[in-house]
Ligand binder design. Structure first.
Ligand SMILES: Cc1ncc(COP(=O)(O)O)c(C=O)c1O
Length: 388
């Protein structure tokens, strides 16, 4: 049987990982500035995480949501504490798309409305409603198309105000990433997020903060929307939540009340996923990883800013992006194949850094040295080619 070929892959077979490093089958070491797409939050194969999963595995890995699963409540308590949202309610599921799908359904159950406002370059996942509010027609199947998804320009306060003035009574939810990831590291302004809060309050719409990529402490705050000093009605989270173990969550404000069977999932909240997620939060707290993300993120940011060839540096904490000019188009490839450093990308020309929140200054320096050298080599090559 062949694999269904939907991923363009690098010809590298990673077989081992530790902290911010991974190794291929030949023993070649790679620095991971990509975190397997922002998933590795506390570092690969963190010993506490391994131990907690192993211990849980010896006890019980799975039973359905038809019984009490006490580790779910322990996870909810810890998440409430670390996220500063003790009064919210947690629904557990398995992926970012599923978290957003449930959040959007919940908003519609709550206010009985259908229209969802999303923004240019947004990415919210690939299930039916999540992909309908994702700004990429090439991944929206005809069956997913809906007039209920409204796209407005990102950070455009007038456009948002005007839409609400005309159609506000029909708006079920506004969904927004605090920092767009797949869209290329675009930071929502504080005043834009504050306006969303105000308009949602005024019109009875639900504010959904997609924190699947920008959340879980990556920016130095638990949710990147926290920089604006606003509370969303619903937060969705996934990637960093399990440090690679598939687990996702929807954190729901107290005024949105549950009803039996309103939402559900077979695997969501299983014992093993909860053990992994709880271990992640314990490590984030114990090792002060949100502070580390802020500190090392600021350092990386200020050092990359000194490289004039790299344009439009943006982001917060350990979620950083910059534009790569056409003459340096081989930069990402060279970092990987020559320097053995994984970075992320966003089409057409953005390099994204999404490393573990435990990235050290030494790791950062290793990356910066390689980055400076490759930029300089590629710039020189380009100039020489222009002269000859
Ligand atoms: C902001 C955001 N939301 C949702 C998703 C979908 O998550 P998943 O791939 O786990 O379904 C992603 C994935 O990249 C994302 O970046």
């Amino acid at each position: 049987m062949k694999l269904f070929d939907v991923y363009p892959v690098n010809d590298i077979n990673i077989v081992k990982a530790k902290g911010s490093y991974v190794w291929d089958e030949k023993g070649v070491e790679y620095l991971d500035m990509y975190g397997g797409h922002a998933v590795i939050s506390i570092g690969h194969t963190h010993p506490h995480w391994v131990q907690k999963i192993e211990e849980q595995l010896e006890q019980i890995a799975f039973y359905s949501n038809s019984i009490k699963i006490s580790i779910q409540q322990r996870l909810a308590d810890k998440l409430g504490e670390v996220s500063g949202r003790n009064n919210y309610q947690l629904f557990l599921c398995n992926s970012g798309a599923e978290a957003n799908e449930n959040a959007l359904k919940l908003a519609s159950f709550f206010n009985g409305r259908k229209k969802i406002i999303s923004f240019s370059k947004a990415f919210h996942g690939r299930t039916s409603l999540a992909v309908a509010v994702t700004d990429n027609p090439s991944i929206v199947a005809p069956v997913n198309e809906t007039e209920n998804a409204i796209f407005l320009p990102f950070n455009d306060e007038d456009a948002l105000r005007n839409y609400f003035e005309k159609e506000g009574e029909k708006v079920s939810a506004v969904i927004i990433e605090g920092i767009q990831g797949v869209g290329g590291i675009n930071v929502a302004t504080d005043s834009f997020l504050q306006l969303i809060r105000k308009l949602c309050d005024e019109y009875g719409s639900v504010f959904i903060a997609d924190s699947v990529q920008c959340g879980y402490g990556r920016t130095g705050k638990f949710y990147s929307h926290d920089f604006a000093g606003v509370d969303a009605d619903i937060y969705t989270m996934a990637k960093g939540m399990g440090n690679g173990f598939p687990v996702a969550g929807v954190s729901i404000a107290p005024h949105i009340q549950p009803k039996h069977f309103m939402l559900g999932t077979t695997f969501g909240g299983n014992h093993l996923a909860c053990a992994a997620a709880l271990a992640v939060l314990e490590v984030i707290e114990k090792e002060n990883l949100m502070n580390n993300a802020e500190k090392i993120g600021d350092y990386l940011f200020s050092e990359i800013k000194k490289i004039p060839e790299l344009k439009n540096l943006r982001g917060k904490g350990l979620m950083i992006g910059f534009d790569v000019p056409p003459e340096l188009k081989d930069l990402k490839k060279n970092l990987l194949m020559k320097r053995h450093i994984f970075t992320g990308e966003a089409k057409p020309n953005v390099i994204r850094l999404l490393p573990s929140l435990a990235l050290t200054k030494n790791n950062a320096d290793k990356f910066l040295l390689a980055l400076r050298e490759e930029v300089s080599i590629l710039s020189k090559k380009y100039l020489e080619a222009g002269v000859s």
